[in-house]
Ligand binder design. Structure first.
Ligand SMILES: C[S@@+](CC[C@H](N)C(=O)[O-])C[C@H]1O[C@@H](n2cnc3c(N)ncnc32)[C@H](O)[C@@H]1O
Length: 211
C-alpha cells in the first residue's frame, strides 16, 4: 500500500482548501502554451483532475498515467468516465515504463518534490530518456526562490507541507530538491514560466533539444 492511499479520498478537498484552488490553476494555465503532443506521460497524477483537463484540451490523443497509489488511480478512473479509453492508468512508478516507450509530453506536478537530490536526478534522466527530441515537459511544483512572497514565508509553508506529508503519507523527503539543477543535467530548456501564490507555485514548460 502506498502512503498516499489514505490521503486519496480527501486529497482534492485538502489541496483546494489549503491553496484556494491555486494549485490546480497553476497546473492548467500553461496548457495553451504546449504544442500538440499525441502521446503523453503523466507521473504522480493523483486523483486525475489534471488528466481530465489535459484530455479535454485536445492537445493529446493518449496518456499513460503512473501513480504508486492504487487508491489515487481508482479515483482517477472514476473521474475519467468516457475519457478512460484514451488513458492507461498504471499503479507503479517509473520502473513500470518499458525501455522503448516514448512520449511527446511528460507531466510532473507536485511529484518531483517527493525525492532527494540523488533520486531526483535519476528520475529526471529516466523520464528525459522517454521524451522524444523536441518533446515538452510540463513541470509544476513549490518554489521558495524567485520573485514573490518573502523567502522565509515560503520556506515556512513548504516546511509545514513536508511535515504534513511525512506524517500522513510517510514520505522520506524533508526539503525541496534543486529542480533547476536536475533539469540542467539533461537537454531541457525552459520555454515559459509562471508563478502563483506569491511565487510559492511555479510552473514551467521545458522543451527537449534535438530537433
Ligand atoms: C503530492 S501528490 C500530487 C498529485 C497531483 N499530481 C497533484 O498535483 O495534485 C503526489 C502523487 O505522487 C504519487 N507518487 C508518490 N510516489 C510515487 C512514485 N514513486 N511513483 C509514482 N507515483 C508516486 C502519489 O501517490 C500521489 O498521487
Amino acid at each position: 500500500m502506498s502512503g498516499f492511499d489514505r490521503l486519496a479520498p480527501v486529497y482534492d478537498v485538502l489541496a483546494g482548501v489549503a491553496f484556494a484552488g491555486r494549485i490546480h490553476a497553476s497546473q492548467v494555465e500553461l496548457l495553451p502554451r504546449l504544442p500538440r503532443c499525441p502521446r503523453a506521460l503523466v507521473v504522480g497524477g493523483g486523483t486525475g483532475r489534471f488528466l481530465v483537463e489535459l484530455l479535454e484540451s485536445g492537445l493529446v490523443d493518449r496518456v499513460v498515467s503512473l501513480d504508486a497509489s492504487a487508491a489515487m488511480n481508482r479515483r482517477a478512473a472514476a473521474r475519467l468516465g468516457s475519457l478512460a479509453g484514451r488513458v492507461q492508468l498504471r499503479t507503479g512508478g517509473i520502473e513500470s515504463l518499458g525501455p522503448l516507450e516514448r512520449f511527446d509530453l511528460v507531466v510532473t506536478h507536485c511529484f518531483l518534490d517527493l525525492f532527494s537530490e540523488a533520486e531526483l536526478e535519476a528520475i529526471v534522466r529516466r523520464l528525459d530518456a522517454a521524451l522524444v527530441p523536441g518533446g515538452s515537459w510540463l513541470f509544476g511544483d513549490f518554489s521558495v526562490d524567485g520573485p514573490g512572497w518573502p523567502r522565509s514565508l515560503r520556506r515556512g509553508v513548504v516546511r509545514a507541507l513536508y511535515a504534513f506529508f511525512r506524517a500522513t503519507c510517510g514520505i522520506a523527503a524533508r526539503r525541496l530538491p534543486d529542480f533547476d539543477r536536475a533539469f540542467a543535467v539533461v537537454r531541457l530548456d525552459p520555454v515559459v514560466t509562471t508563478r502563483r501564490a506569491g511565487g510559492l507555485l511555479r510552473s514551467v514548460v521545458y522543451r527537449k533539444r534535438g530537433v
